[in-house]
Design a protein around this ligand. Structure first.
Ligand code: ADP
Length: 380
């Protein structure tokens, strides 16, 4: 009985909360671990364990109590997960996948070894090595510097265009990538079950906040030619198979000015680019992840309606106890679905919630999303 299987989720942020909400429909026995009871997932379950998922002992002990362990964030203690896997515990995604993906350097090397198209790169140890390479003519400006670990939502990524920019290099082990001329950024979600069945979702188009480097708006389906959509699906399928992934994999692609597809990065878990699937697709990404790790039949990934998703970010200039200004007015707009994560404190650009807007006519959905953006403000 799936209801008896104890599933531990490392991470209790919004993704953990939405996993718990999906699992509660089938009365799944989910346990969440994160640092404190203020985290979003703690609001929807009393099976919340206070603990630090970066600590070996905490992860190992939780794993011992569970039948399956999964994640909603990559920054977990993979040594403990490897030990548990060795002892026969089911860990999805497999620790190898988490280890490969949480280090952007290992991720890029994996793409190279498996012929997955991605931008040319080199690995460096620190800022000095980068400056030396530029001086010696081994590295040309402009380029993109990405900290190998612990960067997310654009933090830890910077474009270096001029000699002057070299003053602000991160002094950390980094990936140096060619600066790609990007026409579009899209994401494709896929899931692979324990038995190896795979489903792929229609791609979504992402646009980014100009300064915060966070996804500001996401449009499903992406408005790209059928040929590119098919290629993106094929590459996503190849990647999820090559990784021997179990669970959801979100793959972010660049479409270059020459209409070439390059994999930017992947995430082995439910993802921001799949929030809309709760209302817009037959099977939400959260339910799909649970189906995959429980080795249940995978659900239909198709879109029921075009959708636009916007992240609700803390307004600049406000910090403190959160207040959602304009919420009631937004709720008067038809087919607008508001999700508030339950974070007590707002700060600039913190992800506080998201809104999914559905409309058969994508232009109308975009217009409604614009209205929501102008009306709903996360302030204090
Ligand atoms: P994060 O893991 O923090 O989300 P990404 O690697 O996705 O970081 O980079 C954040 C954004 O920076 C991308 O969505 C893209 O807009 C831009 N970017 C990243 N790599 C490149 C590149 N090689 N060329 C041009 N822009 C890039």
């Amino acid at each position: 009985m799936i209801c008896n299987t104890k599933i531990g989720i490392l991470g209790g942020g919004q993704l953990g909360k939405m996993l718990v909400q999906a699992g509660s429909r089938w009365d799944l026995n989910l346990w969440v671990m994160d640092k404190d009871f203020d985290f979003p997932a703690a609001k929807v379950t009393n099976q919340f364990i206070q603990g630090d998922f970066t600590q070996y002992d905490m992860v190992y002990q939780l794993g011992k109590l569970m039948d399956i362990l999964t994640i909603e964030i990559e920054n977990v203690n993979t040594e403990a997960l490897e030990k548990l896997e060795e002892e026969g515990k089911e860990i999805y995604p497999p620790p190898f996948v988490i280890k490969t993906i949480k280090d952007k350097g290992l991720q890029k090397e994996f793409y190279k070894q498996h012929n997955i198209p991605s931008s040319p790169f080199m690995l460096v140890e620190d800022a000095k090595e980068i400056r030396d390479k530029v001086k010696q003519g081994d590295l040309n400006l402009p380029f993109v510097q990405k900290a190998r670990t612990e960067g997310y939502d654009g933090r830890g990524v910077q474009i270096i265009r001029s000699m002057k920019d070299l003053d602000r290099l991160f002094d950390r082990p980094s990936v140096i990538e060619d600066l790609v001329a990007i026409k579009h950024e899209i994401a494709v979600l896929a899931a692979r079950s324990v038995s190896g069945d795979i489903v792929v979702y229609p791609s979504v188009e992402m646009s980014f906040h100009p300064t915060a480097n966070l996804v500001e708006q996401l449009i499903a389906p992406a408005r790209i030619p059928v040929g590119l959509e098919e290629k993106a699906h094929d590459l996503t399928k190849k990647l999820i198979e090559d990784l021997k992934m179990v669970g959801l994999l979100a793959v972010e692609f660049f479409i270059t000015d020459k209409d070439k597809l390059l994999v930017n990065e992947a995430a082995p878990r439910p993802h921001n680019s799949g929030h809309h699937t709760i209302e817009a697709n037959v099977t939400s990404q959260y339910e799909q992840h649970l189906r995959a790790i429980l080795d249940l039949p995978l659900g239909d990934p198709s879109l029921k309606s075009p959708a636009v998703m916007i992240n609700l970010l803390g307004e600049e200039g406000y910090q403190g106890e959160v207040f959602y200004k304009g919420l009631e007015e937004c709720l008067t707009i038809p087919n607008v679905h508001v999700h508030l994560y339950g974070k007590r404190e707002t700060k600039p650009f913190r992800k506080m919630g998201h809104v999914t807007v559905l409309d058969e006519d994508i232009a109308k959905a975009i217009a409604k999303a614009k209205k929501v953006t102008e009306t709903l403000m996360v302030v204090s």
